[in-house]
Ligand binder design. Sequence first.
Ligand code: T3D
Length: 263
Amino acid sequence: MSYSSILFAEEAGVATITLNRPEKLNSFTATMHAELKHAVKRVGEGGTARCLLLTGAGRGFCAGQDLSDRVMGKDAAPPDLGHTLSTLYNPLVLSLRALEMPVVCAVNGVAAGAGANLALACDIVLAARSASFIQAFCKIGLMPDCGGTYFLPRLVGTARAMGLALLGDKLPAEQAADWGLIWKVVDDDKLAAESQALARHLATQPTKGLTLIRQALHQSAGNTIERQLAVEADLQRQAGRTADYREGVAAFMGKRPAKFTGS
Ligand code: T3D
């Protein structure tokens, strides 16, 4: 499949997907959804990638749904947005979460609506100092989707989640980092290099172990302490059987750097 709305590259163990409709702030169209679906599947199933990096081209990261696809005539029936969530946005979020590798997001500019929540679905979010996050849904009569009502309260607490979702104010990147919504803010001119370096580092690490870490943290939110301890025992059992665990211990005991293969 050739892509028109995204860019795809794979190098040094890192698959990079760049949302690429910069003139419309990389807002989502059906084409972009189809291409993203294809690219994420390709990363998970095929190549040599051990980390996915998601970013945007131009001055925005992603402005959510392309609203020019949602203009309604006066007498037209409303679109079934539940259907677009069920068939497009929800599978996208779940496909990122299901990847067996870490997912880094480099938010290069404004992230609004589903674009903001797409970033929050990733494991480590870096943002350019000039970037911002906007739960823009309330401004057009919608509610946060793309996982927003799941991620926001868990990341920043109910009070801040409510304020962000009900007011739709622009949250500058630095405040997003202060509030724990994202991992880190980086100077604009360093974002691309720093996010690539981080992704390349992750791609050299024990991929199976990292996958088990993200699985455990994903499950944690809905679990009791008893259940989560059981999850840890189960996943640690799997970690203990990996070649990378064997290598990690041998490297530590041998006082040498570990060479992880991701297996
Ligand atoms: O529909 C479903 O399937 C349900 C799912 C919904 C998910 C959603 O994401 S709903 C929320 C949709 N997104 C928004 O409501 C955000 C709309 N955009 C904005 O509020 C602003 O553009 C920003 C705050 C993000 C940035 O503002 P600013 O001033 O920096 O840029 P701008 O001038 O508004 O935008 C630049 C261009 O991008 C402009 O095009 P033009 O006039 O130069 O030809 C603008 O129309 C276009 N653009 C920005 N966002 C969208 C968009 N075009 C279509 N859809 C957009 N979402």
